[in-house]
Design a protein around this ligand. Structure first.
Ligand code: UDP
Length: 425
């Protein structure tokens, strides 16, 4: 009897490509997760092939993202971006492209499927049954959780998505939860079998996000050395609460008018979706609050550039209504900058309240202003949090995430197979 190990993973990412720039549209933490994990799995000797939708005519069918990591573009629908709510109609075409790819190889080419977000889970469901391999699924966001705490102006997620997610939870061999809290939600809200839920923390690229001198970063970015920099990083969408930051900044100026000459509120990121957080609506909000002179918007940028923004910030502000984890919070801490985050979801794991930052209950601008003012008034305390933040973030490398995922894949394969397996070391 031959022994088997995890040789090759089929990663499914229907709605967003690992080649996209995160921080705008549908590209965010999930894209970062898929890329970072794939590269580190490849270091462990596990090849990763990422299936995503063909969104431009000039994209080659296959691209090497890194040694051992391929991106396969599957034709499903037009060669252009499609809104997420149009993608369910393309899942059959996408699945057929995935199955045709596998059919070019020997049976057993892929050992395991890892799907990301429910649309990919639907594809993984049928591919798993066709290939006889386990399906590992990560939700990234959950409709039922999102609907419990909607931002003002945000639409509830439709029943079709809820049902689609429930189906994937039912069929997946393993569900990856980012935190214990997410595991509990999968079990209580979706009825997931506890023995199929594995908690695997995401990570941070500790090579890119390193501490550095705040003054030097400010010089490079053209910010005054004595500025109070409130930093928001992420997609501009209601769920992320950038409007809460603007309202809090206005309250800070009411409480301490002397701040006006030093306050810089920077939002790094691009538009995602419609509604309250369209850039012109945010500009209107800033104007109506009388703070347009302190607000600065920066377009989405590569992580190497983002690192300087984190280093330059007094505090990174994450006022989200929900976060499965919140990579931005961890990246800021790795750069030595404490975080003020909403006390929701994975942010409760990503930030240690009172030690590496503060967790704020609710979204009342007055509460946020009070929390943020403390960072301006107590620099020694802020620096102490920053030092603890570096230590905290250092415990979340992506290699640990990939190593743990390889174990989960092996566990799912053991259950699925009569052959003994060897570990990937
Ligand atoms: N990001 C980026 N450039 C930008 C803005 C964001 O690379 O201009 C990245 C950021 O570094 C982080 C990810 O986008 O890794 C956002 O992840 P997070 O978990 O905070 O939010 P999500 O997008 O998953 O809601």
């Amino acid at each position: 009897m031959s022994r088997r190990r995890v040789n090759r993973v089929a990663t499914i990412s229907v709605h967003t490509s690992p080649l996209d720039q995160p921080g705008t549209g549908d590209a965010g933490g999930m894209n970062v997760y898929i890329v970072e994990v794939a590269k580190r799995l490849a270091h462990l000797g596990v090849e990763v092939e990422i299936f995503t939708r063909h969104t431009a005519r000039d994209q080659p069918p296959v691209t090497e993202l890194a040694p051992g990591v391929l991106v396969r573009h599957v034709t499903a629908g037009p060669y252009e971006e499609l809104a997420k709510d149009e993608l369910p109609a393309q899942l059959c075409a996408f699945l057929s492209g995935v199955l045709r790819t596998e059919a070019m190889y020997e049976p057993g080419y892929y050992d395991v499927i890892h799907s990301h977000y429910w649309l990919s889970g639907q594809v993984g469901w049928l591919a798993k049954e066709r290939w006889g391999v386990p399906l590992v699924h990560t939700m990234h966001t959950m409709a039922k959780v999102k609907n419990l705490a909607l931002a003002e102006g945000d639409k509830p997620e439709p029943a079709a998505r809820v049902i689609g997610e429930e189906q994937v939870v039912d069929v997946a061999d393993r569900l990856i939860a980012n935190t214990d809290a997410e595991a509990a939600e999968l079990i209580s809200l979706y009825g997931a079998a506890p023995e199929r839920v594995a908690v695997v923390n995401p990570g941070v690229n500790l090579g890119t996000f390193q501490p550095g001198e705040q003054g030097g970063a400010r010089d490079r970015l053209g910010l005054p050395r004595d500025a109070v920099v409130l930093l928001f990083v992420g997609r501009i969408q209601p769920l992320k609460g950038p409007d809460v930051l603007l309202q809090a900044a206005a309250r800070m100026l009411e409480a301490d008018p002397s701040l006006r000459s030093r306050l810089v509120v920077t939002c790094v990121g691009g538009l995602s979706g419609a509604g309250l957080c369209q850039p012109d609506r945010l500009r209107e909000l800033a104007a109506s609050l009388g703070i347009e002179d302190v607000v600065r918007n920066e377009p989405p940028m590569p992580q190497a550039d983002l690192a300087d923004w984190y280093r330059a910030a007094t505090v990174t502000v994450v006022p989200s209504y929900n976060e499965s984890f919140g990579l931005v919070a961890l990246e800021s801490q790795a750069c030595g900058t404490p975080v003020a985050a909403a006390s929701v979801g994975g942010l409760r794991t990503a930030v240690r309240d009172g030690i590496t930052g503060v967790l704020v209950d609710g979204h009342d601008p007055g509460d946020w202003a009070r929390a943020l003012l403390r960072f301006t008034r107590e620099p020694a305390w802020r620096d102490e949090l920053g030092r603890a933040a570096i230590a905290h973030a250092s415990m979340f490398g992506w290699s640990a995430t990939a190593g743990r995922l390889a174990e989960v894949y092996t566990g799912a394969m053991v259950e699925n197979s009569t052959l003994p397996l060897v570990a990937n070391q």
